[in-house]
Design a protein around this ligand. Structure first.
Ligand code: SF4
Length: 414
């Protein structure tokens, strides 16, 4: 019997080997996926919900009201898009141009600068498939994929047999964790776990660079500096190393200069690559598209055919300064991800929410349009955390429109 494989859009790994069993457009069984993926694939619902002022309306009324909000705004904010397909993201960028909007995504307060640096070739990149086939040293830095991307270690970075790593983790792979707490991933790394204090990442980088140069580093950590020398020796001997960069590392550094220095130092001695631990399944896709069009990965403002860029056009700063007068939030919930002192300003402006899920912001929105879950109920394409393009098809049908279809109608209504 021919098997049908689906792509899981539950996280930035976009696992493409998922089997599902469904009946009457309900997913009953999911094979191969992790616990996050199983819950995600089973999350579909058949009926659609459209609301204006928290009252049920039909789709046409919701679109008309959403278009009126965008038309009347002088500087609307379009935000989200990390959980949308490439096709939807392209339309959103077009919509932002058409409405002279401020456009931003979650990367402006997470991994955006790492992706921008990768696109500017400041780090050596590789794919997850390269990692599976070739990597002998993986460093999880400020990242805990065992919780955030549960198949990461089993599918790519530690446990699998790869074409050039047939003897696997027992003999041929070393996993190292650098983190402020003993995470699930750190436990797997055993003696190769280095616990550092919050904000202690730059000191660790400097110590590691000194150790790579053969010097015994001075550190304030509660483990002997000799351990960093031993780590440096392992890294120097790596044939194919990779650093998986998580939010813990990025939030601790003021800028990427220390990380760039470390990668350069490592690549003088061995062969090290970097992959950002992207959470939302297509955040990298959004960053790449916007970069191609504008030269920036996030935080832009379109105006009279020009594009401006800067932190003042990020969601955080534009809400703080109250420079935006309406918002279109697509597949994201700033009320649950940003501090209340900032996100509460969203409640003072008319907001349109397009999302497959009811969220805190969907309940407060002037207009709510409930869409299909991409990858489960609608198809498209996306960019994996390592930059690989992935196509996906729906596993079941739904009466809910795709976010792509909604944005097309919204463009027409403007
Ligand atoms: S690791 Fe991510 S993409 Fe893979 S099955 Fe789990 S949630 Fe889905």
């Amino acid at each position: 019997m021919e098997k049908n494989y689906y792509v899981c859009t539950g996280c930035g790994m976009l696992c493409d080997d998922i089997e599902v069993e469904s009946e009457k457009n309900i997913v009953n069984k999911v094979y191969t996926a992790c616990r996050i993926g199983v819950a995600h694939m089973k999350d579909g619902k058949e009926s659609a919900v459209f609301r204006v002022d928290n009252k049920p309306v039909d789709e046409a009324t919701a679109i008309k009201e959403a278009a009126a909000i965008l038309k009347n705004a002088k500087n609307p904010l379009i935000f989200g898009l990390g959980t949308c397909s490439d096709e939807t993201q392209k339309l959103a960028i077009e919509l932002a141009r058409k409405t002279s909007a401020t456009l931003d995504d979650t990367s402006s307060y997470c991994l955006g600068k790492v992706i921008e640096a990768l696109l500017n070739n400041k780090f050596k990149a590789c794919t997850l498939d390269d990692v599976r086939n070739k990597a002998d040293v993986s460093i999880f830095w400020g990242a805990d994929p065992s919780d955030s991307h549960p198949r990461h270690l089993s599918k790519h970075s530690y446990f699998p047999r790869g074409t050039e790593k047939q003897r696997g983790w027992e003999e041929e792979r070393t996993a190292i964790a650098i983190d402020v707490r003993k995470s699930h991933t750190a436990k797997i790394c055993g003696n190769y776990f280095f616990q550092i204090p919050p904000g202690g990442d730059k000191e660790f980088i400097d110590a590691l660079i000194a150790a790579l140069a053969g010097k015994l580093p001075k550190t304030s950590y509660n483990f002997p500096p000799k351990r960093i020398l031993e780590l440096a020796n392992i890294l120097k001997g790596a044939k194919f190393g990779v650093i998986f960069v998580g939010l813990g590392l990025i939030y601790s550094l003021e800028d990427l200069e220390p990380l760039i220095r470390l990668m350069n130092a490592l690549n003088e001695k061995s062969n090290f690559h970097l992959i950002p631990m992207v959470g939302n399944y297509n955040m990298r896709g959004f960053n790449e598209k916007l970069f191609e069009e504008t030269g920036y990965v996030n935080s832009v403002k379109f105006e009279n055919g020009t594009v401006k860029h800067g932190p003042e056009y990020s969601i955080v700063e534009s809400l703080k300064a109250k420079t935006v007068d309406a918002a279109l939030i697509i597949g994201s919930d700033p009320l649950s991800s940003l501090p209340r002192s900032i996100s509460k300003n969203l409640l003072e402006i008319p907001t349109v929410v397009i999302d497959p899920c009811e969220t805190l912001i969907s309940k407060k929105a002037k207009v709510y349009i409930n869409t299909a879950i991409s990858g489960v109920e609608s198809g498209g394409s996306a960019t994996r955390m390592d930059g690989v393009k992935v196509e996906f098809k729906p596993a079941v049908e739904t009466k809910r429109p795709s976010d792509e279809a909604v944005l097309k109608k919204l463009m027409e209504a403007l």
